[in-house]
Write a protein that binds this ligand. Structure first.
Ligand code: TYD
Length: 208
């Protein structure tokens, strides 16, 4: 039973690499459940639409934080904990560290207060491995803006915000090096995918 999360700033390519990663882990003989945040459950997907809707410009920062936690609470209890209890590997595209990076470091909400509500939402469930797909913010935003379909309200935030998000991830990684692994997401896509697969398979091999 291993809980793996993928994190990174905009355009880091997590979402594109996830299916290939899941296939590689399955081929290595593990049962895998893949999910994502916000969303991952029918209730969570409704919350996701509310959070990411471009028209919802009046949404208060506190409301947004709580909606992310509501989606997460549903996902943890409906999907992640049951799958882990069945001995499966769960790979989640974003999790609690996204709240710390975006709402905490990015929007500068008090970090200890955020930790408390994350803890309430997750019941303290922490990943065994978190892979940070790290890249320069401008490279990432450029990748995202050529992809109209995925453009959303949060992508419109200014460059400095995204710089703080990236820095936040780096700080969290430094504080907890046992849990985190970094992959250089500026490399060509095939190399990023290979690196991602190898850090995950290494971690699983160590746990066995
Ligand atoms: P999404 O389209 O899934 O982006 P990505 O492919 O980069 O994951 O949109 C998710 C957005 O929500 C993304 O900008 C990060 C943000 N987010 C937070 O701000 N806080 C959170 O707790 C989570 C889970 C996501």
């Amino acid at each position: 039973m291993t809980f793996i999360t993928l994190e990174g700033p905009e355009g880091s390519g997590k979402t594109s690499h996830l299916p290939g990663l899941a296939d590689a882990v399955r081929e290595a003989g593990y049962a895998v459940v893949v999910t994502r945040e916000p969303g991952g459950t029918p209730i969570g997907d409704e919350i996701r639409n509310t959070i990411l809707k471009l028209e919802n410009t009046e949404m208060h920062a506190t409301t947004e934080i709580l909606l992310f936690q509501a989606s997460r609470a549903q996902l943890v209890n409906q999907v992640i904990r049951p799958a882990l209890a069945e001995g499966k590997i769960v790979i989640c595209d974003r999790y609690a560290d996204s709240t710390m990076a975006y709402q905490g470091y990015g929007h500068q909400t008090d970090l200890s207060e955020l930790s408390r509500i994350i803890n309430f939402a997750t019941g303290g469930l922490t990943p065994n491995l978190t892979v940070l797909l790290d890249l320069d913010i401008l490279v990432g935003l450029k990748r995202r803006s050529s992809d109209d379909e995925n453009w959303n309200r949060l992508d419109a935030k200014e460059i400095e915000f995204h710089q703080r998000v990236r820095k936040g991830y780096q700080l969290m990684m430094e504080k907890d090096p046992e849990r985190w692994e970094k992959v250089d997401a500026e490399q060509d896509l095939e190399k990023v995918k290979q690196d991602l697969i190898s850090v995950v398979l290494n971690k699983l091999a160590k746990k066995d």
